[in-house]
Design a binder for this molecule. Structure first.
Ligand SMILES: [Zn+2]
Length: 530
């Protein structure tokens, strides 16, 4: 195998171009029906097949057998285009041809009829890199194109292409190729090459390629070399290095069981392997996203997903809220990494926040809060008064509750009615005053009275009517005691924050860390993110 796989297996016709069916269909139809446009703009991220598609179009236009969506691939024109040496198919990389002079020469030459083909085809890659003068020169030709000229422009950044040029092109957006399709193609290529492989290894490669078939084939080349002629899971994991997710699983397992020391030990192992903590937090967020998916749509996990069992295990170990929270902390942690004294400190601090915020059953956790401090529920319940009383009854089931009782537990009710946007904000900032069986009185604090717009109150009233199956008369006054869902949640967040700070301060593992790093845990660095 001397020829790199990416070159050897570059698609040579529309049928081989994977994952771009929508574009292929449109272009094939145009070719078949002879509705040819003089300029095409192909957009999409790197490695999705833009220049490959451009070459196939060039063949379709210049194949000696005739213009068709199915160029023969064998004639002189087809083979020369495949080899990149057809005299009338001019390929340019704008990244290295920014001079206007080149462009002008090129376009002057364009006026002459093609030498051997039917059309002169200009393929300009990364066209957004052309200078303004070069664009202007091209625009002249685009405005009055000779019938024998076709432009196929490709770019990863269409925003940077002048509107005057964009408006004269037929634009096609190539998509990132889903991992499943990439895996299928790799399987096909390996079959043809006679290289033995393990399917989980291909899944790993397909995911690492991030939507680019070219990258996937390059990685496959490397994997074959690395695995001495075989593509096996362990070898590919090793080769991909940072993409190996086993340490991430260890971190999440330690979090799920509230084991601070195990968490720190894993972070130290990562430091010893010189893993990038920035990449690790990104990977962790990606993994949490997949755990969330496994919780919501377990049936969407493919059967041959190499990490299927682990993902399902983690999906069961955390509540859905926990996963959302951990995801947020990972994202914020990554953002703050640059501000941390060093990456290791920033990373372990992020882990500590996660540990502090994942509620573990008392007794199970090294960081379990001391009883009697910062109990958010009791605080909230005390201020919630009657609402909390109704909330207790609430647990006995909705069926036994009257509309009065449900309305009195306003916070729970708001969570149940179908209301969103600003109307939801209004509902969150209202407190229950009274209900006489027909008229519902709510109050909104002065600070939030801007929410009292008729359009929002109407929406809230409609949502209540839908929930109760009848229309209630709704009156919202300003004032009240501040016993609103928004305020209760705020208090709970504060209590949770107090608990987190307290946990972090008293935990021996954190203390050791603080001493080792000669640092202080600042309250302001711990924020409840929810
Ligand atoms: Zn041909």
């Amino acid at each position: 195998m001397t020829l790199a796989l990416a070159r050897k297996w570059r698609p040579r016709n529309f049928a081989e171009l994977i994952g771009q069916d929508h574009v292929v269909r449109a272009i094939s139809n145009a070719l078949t029906q002879n509705r040819l446009h003089h300029a095409y703009l192909l957009t999409g991220t790197r490695g999705v097949g833009k220049t490959t598609l451009a070459r196939i179009i060039a063949k379709a236009l210049n194949c000696e057998i005739g213009v068709s969506a199915d160029p023969c691939g064998k004639c002189g024109a087809c083979t020369e285009i495949d080899a990149g040496r057809h005299v009338d198919v001019i390929e340019l990389d704008a990244a290295s041809n920014t001079q206007v002079d080149n462009m002008r020469d090129l376009l002057e030459n364009a006026l002459y009829a093609p030498t051997s083909g039917r059309f002169k085809v200009y393929i300009i890659d990364e066209v957004h890199m052309l200078s303004r003068n070069a664009f202007n020169a091209m625009l002249k030709t685009l405005e009055e194109p000779p019938a024998h000229i076709k432009f196929i422009l490709a770019t990863t950044d269409p925003q940077k292409v002048p509107v005057t040029v964009l408006s004269r092109c037929l634009q096609f957006n190539l998509k990132q190729i889903p991992p499943g399709l990439i895996r299928g193609r790799l399987e096909y290529v390996l079959g043809k090459e006679g290289v033995p492989f393990e399917t989980p290894a291909l899944n790993l490669l397909a995911r690492a390629a991030e939507g680019s078939m070219r990258d996937a084939l390059s990685l496959l080349d490397q994997a074959i070399a690395h695995g001495a002629g075989k593509v096996e899971e362990t070898s590919v994991r090793e080769m991909l290095g940072a993409v190996d997710r086993s340490y991430l699983f260890s971190l999440l397992k330690a979090l799920a069981s509230g084991q601070g020391p195990a968490l720190l030990a894993e972070a130290e192992r990562m430091a010893a392997r010189s893993l990038s903590f920035d990449a690790a937090l990104q990977e962790l967020a990606t993994l949490l996203h997949r755990v969330a998916l496994a919780q919501t749509l377990p049936e969407a996990l493919p059967d041959d997903e190499p990490e299927r069992d682990t993902l399902l295990g983690l999906a069961g170990a955390f509540s859905e809220e926990d996963v959302q929270l951990l995801y947020q902390i990972a994202i914020h942690g990554r953002r703050d990494l640059g501000l941390a004294p060093d990456e290791f400190a920033g990373f372990t601090m992020t882990l500590m926040r996660m540990l502090a915020f994942v509620p573990v059953e008392p007794g199970e956790s090294a960081l379990a809060a001391t009883p009697g401090t910062g109990r958010p529920e009791s605080k909230a319940a005390a201020s919630a008064g009657t609402a909390a009383a109704a909330g207790t009854q609430q647990a006995t089931g909705k069926a036994s509750l009257s509309a009065e009782q449900e309305l009195a537990d306003w916070r729970t009710l708001v969570g149940r009615i179908k209301v969103g946007g600003m109307a939801r904000m209004l509902a969150d900032n209202c407190e229950f005053r009274s209900f006489d069986g027909d008229r519902l009185e709510l109050a909104v604090p002065e600070a939030h009275k801007h929410l009292l717009e008729k359009v929002y109150t109407d929406k809230l009233q409609a949502a209540l009517a839908e929930y109760f199956g009848r229309k209630l008369r709704l009156r919202i006054s300003t004032g009240g005691t501040g016993n609103t869902p928004a305020e209760i949640e705020n208090q709970e967040r504060q209590a949770k924050l107090a608990k987190a700070i307290e946990s972090i301060d008293t935990d021996p593992f954190v203390r050791e860390l603080v001493e080792n790093f000669d640092a202080q845990v600042k309250d302001s660095s711990i924020k409840p993110i929810q």
